[in-house]
Design a protein around this ligand. Structure first.
Ligand SMILES: Nc1ncnc2c1ncn2[C@@H]1O[C@H](COP(=O)(O)OP(=O)(O)OP(=O)(O)O)[C@@H](O)[C@H]1O
Ligand SMILES: [Mg+2]
Length: 328
């Protein structure tokens, strides 16, 4: 790989008829880092990834992967990257092991090396036990992992993942995050698209938020959250009967207090840990029992709402089978 960034989007535009699906998107992904491309349904995430992976020709603008231009050097771009799309591309009638070996043979990898590599990939993706079952019997999470394993057969330095965990249950999602962190530790650069704020928060070094084809914000998860507003301190009292007294006490130390009876929770703005510690001290000497006290920073969901006026996570309309459907 050359010295420059692993991926660059340079003023990418894609027009479908009258619909400008991607409208001047630019960003840079430094080598060995994770960029999260975050946006709701129809924001232009897949279209951006398709242009960067040579599957779709930009209306204008261009991109570079591992230093190669997607328009002028598409073959070199394809050799430098792996792609896992929104729907799995594995062969259902082959076993996990056969799926990996098939792709390896297409790449012309020597048999002995390929056998060793397929064992390693199966292990890394927690598929060793299922390696010799046909993929049709795999759950949604296993399919996603196999799909990812297949895209790594050629050991590409740059990996594009289009909504890698959509449709997975929380456990499978956490497993996949773990695997992805391992890849990054070994030096792979990741560009992943997601509708899940939590996912971008967990995995990404940098987040680019897109909405209606345009970049509306970019920065580290913390930067984005800081922009969205202030933190608050949240106190949960043990007994609901203590709520009024707790609220009164808190009002003496905070400009405004929000009380929620159902959850026995009091919320007040706080600028940081010092404020929280001060409030903890106030409660410590009050005789009011508290279950929990903590600092809550704005979530990425708050960020999205702040930026766009609407929530990011919308109803999932993708075709991906859920874990439950897939095991049937
Ligand atoms: N081949 C195509 N022909 C015409 N319009 C398209 C095509 N592909 C995408 N679009 C349109 O471009 C816009 C962006 O779609 P895209 O698939 O990139 O969004 P996305 O962010 O990946 O959404 P999702 O989260 O649902 O996958 C949408 O309005 C979509 O209808
Ligand atoms: Mg998409």
């Amino acid at each position: 790989m050359s010295n420059g960034p692993a991926v660059e989007a340079i003023d990418l535009v894609k027009q479908f008829g009258t619909n400008r699906a991607v409208d001047g998107v630019s960003f840079v992904v430094p080598e060995g880092t994770v960029l999260g491309l975050l946006g709701p349904n129809g924001a232009g995430k897949t279209t951006t990834v398709r242009m960067l992976t040579t599957l779709s020709v930009p209306t204008s603008g261009t991109g570079r992967v591992a230093g190669y231009d997607v328009l002028k050097e598409p073959a070199a771009v394809r050799r430098s990257m792996g792609l896992t799309g929104q729907s799995a591309t594995i062969d259902e009638l082959l076993t996990g092991r056969e799926n990996i070996r098939l792709i390896g043979r297409l790449y012309g990898l020597p048999t002995k090396y390929l056998h060793k590599l397929s064992d390693e990939l199966l292990e890394r993706f927690l598929l060793t036990d299922a390696a010799d079952r046909i993929a049709k019997t795999y759950s949604g999470g296993m399919r996603r992992r196999l799909d990812l394993a297949v895209s790594l057969v050629a050991s590409p330095p740059v990996l594009f993942l289009d909504e890698p965990t959509t449709g997975l249950d929380p456990r499978s999602r956490a497993d996949l995050w773990e695997v992805l962190r391992g890849l990054v530790k070994d030096g792979t650069t990741l560009l992943l698209t997601t509708q899940y704020l939590e996912e971008a928060d967990h995995l990404a070094d940098e987040i680019v938020v897109i909405d209606k084809g345009k970049v509306i914000a970019a920065g580290t998860p913390t930067q984005l959250k800081d922009e969205a507003g202030r933190a608050s301190v949240v106190v949960t009292v043990s007994a609901v009967t203590d709520l009024p007294r707790a609220a009164e006490l808190l009002r003496q130390h905070a400009p405004e207090v929000h009380v929620e009876e159902v959850s026995r929770r009091l919320t007040a703005p706080a600028s940081g840990l010092a404020d929280m510690t001060r409030i903890a001290g106030v409660f410590a000497g009050s005789g009011i029992d508290i279950d929990d006290l903590g600092l809550k920073r704005p979530s990425l969901d708050d960020v999205f709402l702040h930026l766009t006026g609407h929530r990011a996570e919308q109803e999932d309309t993708t075709e991906t089978p859920t874990e439950q459907e897939a095991v049937r």
